[in-house]
Design a protein around this ligand. Structure first.
Ligand code: URA
Length: 230
């Protein structure tokens, strides 16, 4: 990796700031001042900036409790982005593994590891996502079977994958989906003549929303949580 990119990845500096620091002679590589920004950083090289030995940070994995009225999009696209809730370096390098609607709350996973997020969002994987759903009308028991068989949603060519419905009270249910079509939960209940009035994601695969996180709070995933996505 080039020296300017290495500095940029290890610090809060932008690429331009990193180039400037290198040009000013603020960076040493294995004890020698290096001013050429494209110098390759070889394995084992000790890069020091402002007296600090730099190390590349590993990929980042975060769980966030999404509040209402925030959006799962990049910071550039909308200032209401959930990424604005993270007090981390370079949030623009992060992306969301499975979006929620503006009026949905709950578990959002955020990372800069594209392979990892692909294992959550890829239609070829069948990672379960559990939602707690509040409904405008009491749900009919027959809907359990209908969702288990699959529903043909408007403008789709194939029925939904089997989904598991657990009725908690007549107007509150848990629904586990193994895919993520646009507005899927709302459209599935609309197809049953009902309406979703509250939607909260509790779990993705083995990763459950940490009950100690208030809306808007986040924490890094544990190594077990990261490893559970296969
Ligand atoms: N299904 C929906 O309808 N909305 C969401 O935010 C997630 C799943």
């Amino acid at each position: 990796m080039r020296l300017d990119k290495y500095i940029c990845d290890c610090t809060t500096l932008s690429r331009i700031q990193a180039k400037r620091a290198i040009g000013k002679g603020d960076v040493t590589v294995s004890g020698v001042v290096v001013k050429k920004v494209s110098t390759p950083v070889t394995p084992g090289a000790e890069v020091v900036f402002e007296g600090r030995l730099l190390a590349l940070r590993g990929p980042r994995y975060i769980m966030l409790h999404k509040p209402l009225d925030t959006v799962c999009t990049s910071l550039d696209d909308d200032p209401r982005s959930v990424l604005a809730l993270l007090d981390v370096d370079k949030p623009e390098q992060l992306h969301i593994a499975g979006r929620l609607d503006v009026d949905t709350t709950g578990l959002v996973l955020i990372t800069d590891d594209g392979n990892w997020s692909h294992r959550i969002t890829s239609p070829k994987k069948t990672c379960g996502k559990r939602y707690r759903v509040k409904l405008a009308e009491p749900v009919d028991e027959g809907v359990i079977n209908v969702f288990a068989q699959g529903v043909m949603l408007k403008d789709e060519t194939r029925v939904t994958l089997p989904a598991q419905l657990e009725i908690l009270t007549p107007q509150e249910v848990l629904l586990t989906l193994r895919e993520g079509k646009y507005h899927q939960v709302k459209r599935m209940f609309a197809a049953m003549g009902n309406r979703v009035v509250g939607l909260h994601r509790e779990q993705i695969g083995e990763i459950a929303l940490d009950p100690s996180l208030e809306e808007g709070e986040w924490r890094p995933l544990t190594s077990q949580e990261v490893a559970s996505v296969v």
